[in-house]
Design a protein around this ligand. Structure first.
Ligand code: FMN
Length: 407
C-alpha cells in the first residue's frame, strides 16, 4: 500500500503534532521573529526560540565568539564549531508579541519557547506563564548552556545537579499546562541521573544535547586561547558533526532510562544523521550548526532524502523510532564467539601499505606485505577491524568467519 507523504513523515512531541521530525534548535537561526518566519515558510516543522531570559538578567555578548575545527586544509570541511554566545538579548515583550503573531500565521507549525532564569523561582514562573499566554505550544527549559550563563546561576549549573534540575522543573510545572521539555547537558558523568531527576520534577519530554564544553585551540604565534577576545578566552560549547557520537550516546542512554519523549540533536548535518537519532529513540530532531553554516533551505534536502530512505525501506518516522535502541546492550551480553576477518579486494587495493603499518604497530601483525600486495594471515588475525578503517580506498571488508572454521 502506498502511503501519503504526511503519513510517512509525521511525528509528535507530547501530543503536539509535527508535520515532519525537523525542528530548528534554540540558537542564532531562531534569534528573531523574522528569521523564524522565513524558516517555517521553507518547511521546518517547528522552532525552539533562542533562549529567552528575564529582562533583569544582563546579557552582553563578546566578539568574536566562534571558532571552527576543520578536517584537512579545506575551508569547507568544518567538523566542529565552538561558541561562547549567550542567550537572546531581546526583551521578553518582543517574544510575547512575536510568538503570538507567528501562532496566527502558522497554526500548523510548532512554536517552543526556550527559557532560562537563575535560581529564582518567580523568574522561571513569570517567563513560563508569559510564554504560555502568548501562544507557545511547549516550553524548553535551558538547563544546559555550558558557558557564561552558569556564572549567572543558569544553564548547565542547573542541569549538572539532579536536585536543582528536579526543583526548577517542578516550579515551572506548577504554573503551566503546556508540555515542559527539559534540555540536558552532556557535560555530566551520567546523563541518565539528570534525565530521571527532570522526569521526577514533572518534565513531559527531554531534549539533548546542548553543546559539549570545549577549548578548541590555541594560536601558536601568540599562545592565545581561541576564540580570543582581546587576548583572553573562556571554555565554550562545541557543536556540529564532531559531537554527533556524543549526542547519539546521550539520547540512547536517556531513552533507556526514562519513558518520556526525547528530542535529539547534536551534529545533525545530513538526513541520515537525523534517522540515526530517531533509531536510538528520539521522536524528533533539532538542528542548529548546519543551518548556521548552510542556511534554512537545507530543509529541502533533509525532507527529500529522509522521505526517499523511508519509502525505499517501506518505513515511517514513527516506525523507525527506537528500533536501534533495542540492539544497544551491555558488553557482557555481546557474543564473544562471533568472529570476523578482513577480506582484501586485490583489484581495488592500491598497495599503499596503510593496513600493514596499522596492523604491525597497532594490531596483531597479521597483514603481510609483499611488494605492493597485501594479504591477511588469518591465523594471526584477531578480528579487530583496524585495517578496514585505515584503508583509504575501502578495499578491505570484514566478513564473518564461517562457523566451524579451524584456524
Ligand atoms: C552559536 C550557538 C548559540 C546557541 N544558543 C543556544 C541557546 O540560546 N539556547 C540553547 O538551548 N541552546 C543553544 N545552542 C545549542 C544548540 O541549540 C544545540 O543544542 C547544539 O548546538 C547542538 O546541535 P548542533 O550540533 O546541531 O548545533 C547554541 C548553539 C550555538 C552553536
Amino acid at each position: 500500500m502506498k502511503r501519503k507523504a504526511h503519513e510517512i513523515m509525521a511525528t509528535e512531541i507530547v501530543g503536539v503534532p509535527l508535520e515532519n521530525p525537523f525542528v530548528l534548535a534554540s540558537a542564532p537561526p531562531t534569534a528573531s521573529i523574522s528569521m523564524i518566519e522565513r524558516a517555517l515558510q521553507q518547511g521546518w516543522a517547528g522552532v525552539v526560540t533562542k533562549t529567552i531570559v528575564p529582562d533583569e538578567m544582563e546579557i552582553h555578548d563578546v566578539s568574536p565568539r566562534f571558532n571552527a575545527i576543520r578536517s584537512g586544509r579545506s575551508k569547507h570541511n568544518l567538523v566542529g564549531f565552538e561558541n561562547i554566545e549567550l542567550t537572546s538579548r531581546r526583551p521578553v515583550s518582543y517574544w510575547e508579541q512575536g510568538i503570538g503573531m507567528l501562532r496566527r500565521i502558522f497554526p500548523d507549525k510548532v512554536l517552543i519557547a526556550s527559557i532560562m532564569g537563575d535560581r529564582n523561582r518567580s523568574a522561571w514562573q513569570d517567563l513560563a506563564v508569559k510564554m504560555e499566554a502568548c501562544g507557545a505550544q511547549a516550553l524548553e527549559l535551558n538547563f544546559s548552556c555550558p558557558h557564561g550563563m552558569p556564572e549567572k546561576g543558569g544553564g548547565a549549573s542547573i542541569g549538572q545537579h539532579p536536585d536543582i534540575t528536579r526543583e526548577i522543573t517542578q516550579w515551572v510545572k506548577e504554573v503551566t499546562s503546556i508540555p515542559v521539555i527539559v534540555k540536558l547537558t552532556p557535560n555530566v558523568t551520567d546523563i541518565a541521573v539528570i534525565a530521571k531527576a527532570a522526569v521526577a520534577g514533572g518534565a513531559d519530554a527531554l531534549a539533548a544535547i546542548n553543546t559539549v564544553e570545549s577549548l578548541t585551540g590555541i594560536d601558536l604565534e601568540t599562545l592565545t586561547p581561541l576564540p580570543a577576545v582581546k587576548g583572553f578566552s573562556t571554555f565554550g560549547g562545541y557543536s556540529g558533526p564532531a559531537v554527533k557520537p556524543i549526542g547519539l550516546r546521550a539520547v540512547a542512554q536517556i531513552c533507556k532510562a526514562v519513558e518520556v519523549p526525547v528530542m535529539g540533536m547534536g551534529g545533525i548535518a545530513k538526513w541520515s544523521d537525523a534517522v540515526e537519532y530517531l533509531a536510538v529513540g528520539a521522536c524528533s530532531v533539532q538542528v542548529c550548526t548546519e543551518v548556521m553554516l548552510r542556511g534554512f533551505d537545507i530543509i529541502t534536502g533533509l525532507l527529500k532524502n529522509t522521505r526517499h530512505y523511508l519509502t525505499t525501506h517501506q518505513r515511517t518516522v514513527a516506525g523507525v523510532i527506537g528500533k536501534a535502541l533495542e540492539r544497544i546492550t551491555t558488553y557482557e551480553a555481546l557474543d564473544k564467539k562471533y568472529f570476523m576477518i578482513p577480506v582484501i579486494n586485490g583489484e581495488t587495493c592500491i598497495g599503499c601499505g596503510a593496513c600493514f603499518v596499522a596492523c604491525r604497530d597497532g594490531g596483531y601483525q597479521s597483514i603481510i606485505k609483499t611488494g605492493k600486495t597485501v594479504a591477511c594471515d588469518v591465523n594471526l588475525c584477531d578480528g579487530c577491524s583496524l585495517c578496514s578503517h585505515v584503508c583509504p580506498v575501502g578495499a578491505i571488508t570484514m566478513e564473518e568467519l564461517p562457523a566451524g572454521t579451524k584456524l
